[in-house]
Design a binder for this molecule. Sequence first.
Ligand code: 13P
Ligand code: SF4
Length: 363
Amino acid sequence: MSAAIQPYTLLDDDDCEVRILRARETLGERLVILGHHYQRDEVFRHANFTGDSLKLSRQAAASKADYIVFCGVHFMAEVADILSRPEQISILPDLSAGCSMADMANLQNVERAWQELSEILDPEVSITPVTYINSAADLKGFCGEHGGIVCTSTNARHVLEWSFKQKEKVLFFPDQHLGRNTGHTMGIPLDEMVVWDYDKPLGGLTAEEIQNAKIILWKGFCSVHQMFQPEQIDNFKQKYPETLIISHPESPFEVCQKSDYIGSTEYIINTIANAEANTRWLVATELNLVNRLHEQYKHEGKNVHFMSPNVCMCSTMFRIDPQHMAWVLENLVDGHVVNQVSVPADVADNARLALNRMLDVSP
Ligand code: 13P
Ligand code: SF4
């Protein structure tokens, strides 16, 4: 019988720290901990490898450990399960750590969209389905089955270039902002990127709009990045005109248009790390990461600021806490697997197809 989480919820962070370190030592190389950049520091510091979604997928695929404990959100642990060997076990310390953007598309409404699009054109001939990695495994499976592909914020442009070599149009889900921002950098006019509203018949579009579109963007968004607004940049720059703006491509188009740099979490970190001393940065991405950058680089005179006056934290990433970490790791020490994330084989096979296509075209 595995131990229940309840007693762990009463432990303070320092107790958990000791337990986590002890369990890590006992498990040795049988365990690898992967940590996304948005994780809180008390968890993040235990990661063997940290990264953005692409880097962590590669780490999961390369890992030889028996247990992959993913400090991130559910779709990341699914990807680790799909890309690792069958006998490896992928664990998400709190199974309720989902992604609200990923939940905005599901197999049912994507299949319905595919069906409705077939009233206007033959999607199998004309459309490459592209899913952002922030999506459930069955949507990656859908893409695998229909000649499509997965992308991350790092490789979205390479993936779209590949997609347009296959078919003339792309159906991009779930994040409209990543799709639009990437399409725009490729020179696709805004009016050729239409938004598919999954609550409306034919996505709320006319047949003509669909025929003229290069990219059909799903009406999804990240509630964290949606909070950033162009006025926040204008207000900040009034005070500090020398500020450099750097944004994650999940941010709205108008914010990215006013940014000096756009890229994934890993790109944001590297850009600020390699910047000249005494520079000032306004950053549009999740708060835990921005706070970490602020602390890390203040001694170089780099001033790193968060773009929004409001707190924009990824509340689901935050669910991975030291208490859940101590719980899953001590259970592993005792030979119990708790919170395994396991993708059914038929879904995993098609999803792996779409993920491997992505890994092949990624720089
Ligand atoms: P990246 O770390 O891949 O840039 O993605 C950010 C994100 O929202 C993860 O869910
Ligand atoms: Fe999902 Fe946004 Fe959180 Fe990333 S930051 S996991 S996209 S809700």
